[in-house]
Structures are given as structure tokens and as C-alpha cells.
Design a protein. Structure first.
Length: 153
């Protein structure tokens, strides 16, 4: 077991096993990419399915932080504000991943545009755009433009 694994290890009585498993998966993916870079292997650039999966993680974490901020704010206003700030930053990350997704070449011609007036032509465009639209509604309900423009503290 490496020092990183020991530092990141959580007790088996952890109340959040699925969150721990998702974190472990992301950590494994990051280590794989880091190992490839350190051995001089040319890693593959991000592709649409990769960014779709990453966007799914970001928007799910965004929703979790939204709920945590709502439950924390009444009892611990300062902590709730920090969670709300993290919530806004996660939205910015998800929005950037969504934009990057649409800048990558599409497998079908003309399939890279996100056009809200019509449904995209199927996965993964359909899933990422629907997910992004749902997350953007949550952001508009709870976050102001000033919150999104404020520098990270």
C-alpha cells in the first residue's frame, strides 16, 4: 500500500460508501493518466464519451453540494456559504466541460452543436445536453450572476 493509499483510506464504518467508491474511481483514473505521462507514453486526448462521464460526475457532485449547502446553512451559516461557493465553482467546471465536449469532433457531421430548440441526435450528445440543461435550471434558482463571477476565495 502506497503512502497515498494510506492517507486516503477511510474507516470501514464510513457512512458514504458510494461517494468513497466514486472518489476511488476518479483517483484511479488520475493515477493512470499520471503514470502514462511519467513513462513518456503519449496519452490519448479527451474524447466525447470521456467528457460525458466527467460531466456526469461534476453535475452529480454539484447536486450533492447544493443539498448539503441547503441543510448546513441554517445551523452553520459560514459553512453553508463555503459550500454554496463550492457549488458555484462546480457549475463553472461542468459548464466548461460541456463547452469542451462540443468543441471536440463529432462522429456524425453537424452533431456537435447544442441546440436547445431541438433534441440532439442521440448519445452522448443527448445525455450531456439534457443533464447540463437540468443542472443549469438548478443554478439559476440558487445562484446569482455575481456569485458565478466572483473570484474564488
Amino acid at each position: 500500500m502506497s503512502p497515498d493509499d494510506r492517507r486516503d483510506a477511510l474507516p470501514t464504518s464510513d457512512a458514504h460508501p458510494y461517494l468513497r467508491a466514486a472518489t476511488a474511481g476518479l483517483r484511479h483514473h488520475t493515477r493512470t493518466l499520471t503514470a502514462q505521462a511519467s513513462t513518456g507514453e503519449s496519452g490519448r486526448p479527451a474524447d466525447r464519451p470521456h467528457l460525458d462521464s466527467l460531466h456526469a460526475h461534476l453535475t452529480t457532485l454539484h447536486r450533492l453540494l447544493d443539498q448539503l449547502a441547503e441543510h448546513t446553512r441554517p445551523e452553520r451559516p459560514a459553512s453553508g456559504r463555503h459550500l454554496a461557493t463550492a457549488h458555484a465553482r462546480l457549475w463553472q467546471a461542468a459548464d466548461s466541460v460541456h463547452a469542451a465536449f462540443h468543441l471536440l469532433p463529432a462522429s456524425a457531421p453537424g452533431g456537435s452543436d447544442c441546440q436547445p430548440e431541438r433534441l440532439p441526435e442521440g448519445p452522448p450528445v443527448l445525455t450531456i445536453c439534457q443533464r447540463h440543461l437540468a443542472a443549469s435550471h438548478a443554478v439559476r434558482r440558487r445562484t446569482t450572476a455575481a456569485d458565478l463571477a466572483a473570484p474564488a476565495s
